[in-house]
Design a protein around this ligand. Structure first.
Ligand SMILES: Nc1ncnc2c1ncn2[C@@H]1O[C@H](COP(=O)(O)OP(=O)(O)OP(=O)(O)O)[C@@H](O)[C@H]1O
Ligand SMILES: [Mg+2]
Length: 257
C-alpha cells in the first residue's frame, strides 16, 4: 500500500502481574491508516495489551516501538502528544459536563499555544479558543452526537457515551486510536453506526486498534486481526482467514464448555 508507515511495533512483549502472565511474548505491528482487531476470550490479555501500548502499565520484558522510538519508559502523558490515544473498556466521562465541554476539555489538553502567549495576547487567545470550540463541535458531529451537543454527559445513552469517548480520544489528534470494547452494551443498530464511525476514522488518515467481543463488528471493519488466548498470540490474519483458523475456533469453543 502506498505511503504506509509502521506506527506501532510490539516486540516479544510480556506482562506479569505477580504470578499471572497476562501477556506472553507478544509481537505484532500496526501500520498507519489500518484497522486492526485484537480479539480473544475473556482474560486473554487484550486490555493489558492496550494498557501496555498506551503506557498505563510498563512491560515486564520486550519492546514497544512507536514510529521507530522505544517508548517502554514513557508515561501516558508523554505518549499522547506522540499520537497515541485510547478509550477505556468502562466509560469515564465528566458527569457534570456537556457533551461539547467534555470534548473541549480534551482539545485544551492538546492545546499547543503557550499559556503565557494566551495571557499576553487576549485577542489571539480568544481566536484560539474559538478554534478549539469549532474543533470540538466538529468531532461531536463526526461521531454522530450533533443532536446532543449541549446535553450533560450523564443524561445521554450508554451507546452515545461510548461514541463520546471516541470523540474525546480524537481531540488529541492521534495517529493511532485504541478502542477497548467500544460496542459494549450496544444493540445491533448502534453497532452498525459505530462500525461506520470506525471506518470514517480511518478515512481521516488514522489507524485504529479495536478490541471487541462482537465478531460481526470485528469482521466488518478490520483488515487484519490478532487473536490472543491465555496472553499468547495464536493467530493473525485477514477476517476470512481468522474465521476458519482451527486454533481460533478451538479457543472460542473451548471457552463454552
Ligand atoms: N492489574 C492487574 N493485576 C493483576 N492481574 C491483572 C491485572 N490486570 C489484568 N490482570 C489479569 O491478567 C489477565 C488478562 O486480563 P485482561 O484484562 O488483559 O484480559 P481481557 O482479554 O481484556 O479480558 P476481557 O475480555 O474480560 O476484558 C487476567 O487473568 C486478569 O485477571
Ligand atoms: Mg478487557
Amino acid at each position: 500500500m502506498p505511503d504506509q508507515e509502521r506506527l506501532l511495533s510490539l516486540q516479544q512483549v510480556s506482562k506479569n502481574f505477580g504470578g499471572v502472565q497476562a501477556v506472553k511474548n507478544l509481537s505484532f505491528d500496526v501500520n498507519s491508516n489500518e484497522i486492526v482487531g485484537l480479539i480473544g476470550p475473556n482474560g486473554s490479555g487484550k486490555s493489558t495489551t492496550v494498557n501496555l501500548i498506551s503506557g498505563a502499565v510498563p512491560p515486564s520484558s520486550g519492546d514497544i516501538i512507536w514510529r521507530s522510538q522505544n517508548v517502554n519508559k514513557l508515561p501516558i502523558s508523554q505518549r499522547v502528544p506522540l499520537g497515541l490515544a485510547r478509550t477505556f473498556q468502562t466509560t469515564s466521562l465528566l458527569a457534570e459536563y456537556s457533551v461539547l465541554d467534555q470534548v473541549l476539555t480534551a482539545c485544551h489538553t492538546s492545546y499547543r499555544v503557550s499559556p503565557w502567549r494566551s495571557v499576553l495576547r487576549m485577542k489571539d487567545a480568544r481566536a484560539q479558543d474559538e478554534e478549539q470550540v469549532e474543533k470540538a463541535r466538529e468531532l461531536v458531529e463526526f461521531v454522530g452526537l450533533g443532536e446532543v451537543t449541549n446535553d450533560l454527559t450523564s443524561t445521554i445513552s450508554s451507546a452515545q457515551q461510548r461514541l463520546l469517548m471516541i470523540a474525546t480520544a480524537m481531540a488529541a489528534d492521534p495517529k493511532l486510536i485504541l478502542l477497548d470494547e467500544p460496542a459494549a452494551g450496544m444493540v445491533a443498530k448502534e453497532r452498525k453506526e459505530l462500525a461506520n464511525v470506525i471506518k470514517r476514522i480511518r478515512e481521516r488518515g488514522l489507524a485504529v486498534l479495536v478490541i471487541e467481543h462482537h465478531m460481526g463488528l470485528i469482521m466488518e471493519v478490520c483488515e487484519r486481526i490478532v487473536v490472543l488466548n491465555f496472553g499468547e498470540k495464536i493467530a493473525q490474519g485477514k477476517p476470512e482467514e481468522i474465521q476458519r483458523d482451527s486454533a481460533v475456533i478451538e479457543a472460542y469453543l473451548g471457552g463454552v464448555h
